[in-house]
Design a protein around this ligand. Structure first.
Ligand code: MG
Length: 255
């Protein structure tokens, strides 16, 4: 079911968006060569406790998950691109790290992700992050009343295709509200003018993710982490966006 929020409810969602943005900034600043993924998870956990927020991940146990997630953060490194379960791993020079974080503040959820390279970056990794960022921006730009879900999907996919990337539509954006995953699904490719008509009050996570040379993924033996089939690296960018009469409002903006 697709739910629309009142302007008052969108105001109430802003603290969650700001909190999630603050945590991502802290994680980006903390990510460095030698830092362990479990330290990043602990940092997010501390910030959740200090803020009186609630993790959306720790008890998360969907049908495809082997057991409850158990951590508060997804950390996906190099050929891992989504749902990376933090484990005992110290980041190495040149690693491409994607962090995905969702939390609830005052009963409202926000969800956001970013990718960053620690230490000396390969140019191709910086290019992949830049393309994924532009795809997110194009998707957000299309998230306005009168457009349809397909317009967001198409805007994202055009940026990816222009960069020669392939697109997986299995995992994508989603409605956000009292819980982390609601309708509608926002695929990262689609036909313009198709799908649910966007209207003020719709709050969605838009989240392009791409791999260098494939669109195929498999699940790691940890039961969660999604890795590229060919070993190529991935990037992931996500914001929670409220569609208003004036256009898209990025609730998880980091500036
Ligand atoms: Mg997310």
């Amino acid at each position: 079911m697709i739910e629309l929020r009142t302007p008052t409810q969108i105001e109430e969602m802003k603290p969650a968006g700001r909190f999630v943005a603050d945590v991502l900034v802290a994680l980006k600043d903390a990510a460095a060569v030698g830092v362990n993924l479990l330290e990043l998870d602990a940092l997010a956990h501390t910030m959740i406790k200090d803020a009186g927020a609630e993790s959306c991940y720790v008890d998360y146990h969907p049908s495809f998950g082997a057991s409850p997630f158990g951590k508060v953060l997804c950390t996906s490194v190099n050929d891992a691109v989504l749902h990376g379960l933090p484990f005992d791993y110290a980041l190495q020079d040149g690693d491409l790290l994607s962090v995905d974080f969702a939390a609830s503040v005052n009963g409202w959820v926000a969800d956001s992700a970013l990718s960053v390279v620690v230490g000396n970056a390969r140019q191709e990794d910086l290019d992949l992050i830049e393309t994924t960022t532009r795809a997110l921006e194009a998707g957000i730009e299309a998230a306005r009343p009168g457009n349809k879900v397909g317009d967001i999907s198409h805007a994202i996919a055009e940026v990816a295709r222009d960069a020669g990337l392939r697109i997986n539509t299995q995992f994508g954006g989603h409605g956000v509200g009292r819980t982390m995953h609601g309708d509608p699904h926002i695929p990262n490719d689609g036909r313009p003018g198709r799908g649910f008509k966007l209207q003020p009050g719709l709050v969605i996570a838009i989240e392009p993710w791409f791999l260098h040379t494939t669109d195929e993924i498999y699940t790691d033996k940890d039961g969660w982490t999604l890795r590229s089939k060919d070993g190529s690296r991935g990037a992931h960018m996500e914001h929670t966006v409220a569609i208003t009469a004036d256009g898209p409002l990025i609730l998880t903006a980091r500036d």
